[in-house]
Design a protein around this ligand. Structure first.
Ligand code: HEM
Length: 473
């Protein structure tokens, strides 16, 4: 285990996989897979063609696999065995009841080059140790002071909107500011601009998160890949500066996450604190920004729901900052809109894993070494669980029985099991607040963007959006 408690040293980009993690079994190559009695799937000889179609539109590729070959199917990408697990029962077993048979998959190894051993990319035993330290401030009972700060930030940020905005850019800037101020007490945009620039490149390069072999280019001189290393180093420098500035200030506050982690330096090294800072910056803003951009775009395409949200926002008491609970109580429509956007455009749309043992999933044998893909995008569009799955219909979430009657594993935008999202309630609070505050002041209109799925399910381009005052209409 890393024991440097006094200085920040190791950079994630070239760091090897820590020895205390479970060893990764060898991938299963096409040649050796013949005798394995695999679940149905396309001809293994078509692997190269399949890899190409996979990279063109990965979410729809996975959905086609389910429709053509069933809930659990096998296919070869980059000539290695992948098992798609698309039934609710299968997703539940991989993420919850049989999660110990899996480690995080290929995309996460690439993400580790940016985030080191932070919560998103670390594994046992480091994961549980960090998770226990970081969980309490994210409990919904402890979020009121963050919600108050979010309220202040959102009101100040949207004040300057008029005529036209780039919606995806605005949502990214807003959620980054929220995460930096709430979790690290950063008051200025000094860091946020630098972070945004480097994160943009890092997230783009992590891209095809479950395709093996991409990392062999990372040490080449090809500018596209050297930019990845540079962005990772820049982010490390920024996180180091943030931590060093806090230590130098002798400010021992423990009302933000940085203060809490620094107060536990006897249990966590500075390098690992740095990795957690980077992890929270990345996981804490991009996902929320994306789902909000999709939510406003769905509202623009469904004026009836945009109007219902406006009515809810006009009735809500938004002059004072709400508490977590009062916000939840005043936003049933905003919450239903959010759930539906999380269903159709889940920011985390796939969970790549590797089987570290032979294991049976939903009655089908998955061999040790197989890449396993569970996909929120596919399962949350399955007509067995959601009627008219392609249509944006928040009313399904207003029916109190509906969500409780869904089988386990049918809806899991925040993941599940011990790797469930740490920031779920934080994200829900900020999203509800942004939906309400924006709807109270503005009427947004834009064209539905195309998807550009990368490490997250991003909308493509700037998403130009017309801004009109909500009261002058
Ligand atoms: C709408 C917004 C968000 C969505 C949809 C989302 C979704 C997810 C999902 C699906 C996972 C599990 C990934 C896996 O199993 O492979 C995850 C993990 C995580 N998320 Fe989020 N997330 C969101 C916002 C946030 C925010 C705001 C934060 C922090 C402020 C955050 C911090 C994390 C962390 C630290 C993990 C790793 C947890 C662990 O493995 O113990 N997320 N998120």
């Amino acid at each position: 285990m890393n024991t440097d408690h006094t200085s920040i040293s190791v950079k994630p980009f070239d760091s090897p996989r820590p020895d205390e993690y479970a060893p990764i079994p060898k991938a299963i190559k096409r040649e050796v897979a013949k005798g394995l009695n695999l679940p149905p799937g396309p001809n293994p000889l078509a692997s190269d063609w399949l890899t190409l179609t996979f990279t063109i539109d990965t979410p729809r590729f996975l959905e086609r696999m389910r429709i053509r070959h069933g809930d659990i199917c096998s296919f070869f990408l980059a000539r290695q065995l992948f098992i798609g697990v698309f039934s609710a029962q299968g997703a539940y077993e991989v993420t919850v009841s049989k999660q110990h048979h899996f480690v995080k998959g290929v995309g996460f190894a690439r993400m580790r080059k940016v985030l080191g051993e932070g919560l998103l990319t670390n594994e046992e035993p480091i994961h549980m140790q960090h998770r226990r330290m970081m969980q309490p401030p994210f409990h919904h009972g402890n979020l009121d002071s963050y919600v108050a700060l979010m309220d202040k930030i959102v009101k100040a940020h949207i004040k300057s909107w008029n005529n036209e905005i780039s919606l995806s850019h605005e949502m990214m800037a807003l959620t980054l500011e929220i995460v930096c101020q709430c979790l690290f007490g950063l008051e200025s945009s000094k860091y946020t601009r630098r972070i945004a620039k480097a994160m943009e490149i890092a997230i783009d390069r992590i891209e095809r998160t479950m395709l093996p072999g991409l990392d062999r280019f990372d040490s080449t001189k090809i500018p596209y890949f050297t930019a990845f290393a540079k962005a990772s180093d820049e982010l490390v420098e920024i996180a180091d500066e943030i931590i060093e500035a806090r230590i130098a200030s002798k400010d021992e506050r423990t009302d933000d996450l940085l203060g809490i982690l620094l107060s536990m330096r006897d249990q966590i090294s500075l390098t690992h604190i740095r990795d957690e800072v980077l992890t929270l910056i990345l996981s804490g803003h991009e996902t929320t920004a994306n789902v909000l951009t999709w939510a406003f775009s769905y509202l623009s395409a469904n004026p009836k729901w945009r109007e219902r949200l406006r009515e809810e926002a006009m009735k809500a008491d938004l002059d004072q900052a709400p508490t977590y609970q009062s916000l939840e109580a005043m936003s049933p429509t905003a919450s239903a809109i959010l759930q539906e956007a999380l269903r159709l455009a889940p920011p985390v749309w796939v969970a790549p894993r590797i089987a570290i043992d032979d294991v049976e999933i939903d009655g089908v044998k998955v061999p040790k070494g197989a890449h396993v893909l569970v996909s929120q995008f596919v399962t949350q569009r399955d007509p067995r669980y959601f009627t008219n799955p392609e249509s944006f219909d928040p009313s399904r979430w207003l029916d109190s029985v509906f969500e409780r009657s869904l089988p386990k594993g049918a809806f899991f935008p925040f993941g599940a099991g011990s790797r469930k999202c740490l920031g779920e309630y934080f994200a829900l609070a900020e999203s509800r607040l942004i939906l309400l505050l924006v709807a109270k002041s503005f009427h947004l209109t834009n064209k539905m963007p195309k998807a550009a799925p990368r490490a997250t399910y991003r909308p493509r381009g700037l998403v130009r959006t017309r801004v009109e005052s909500a009261t002058s209409r």
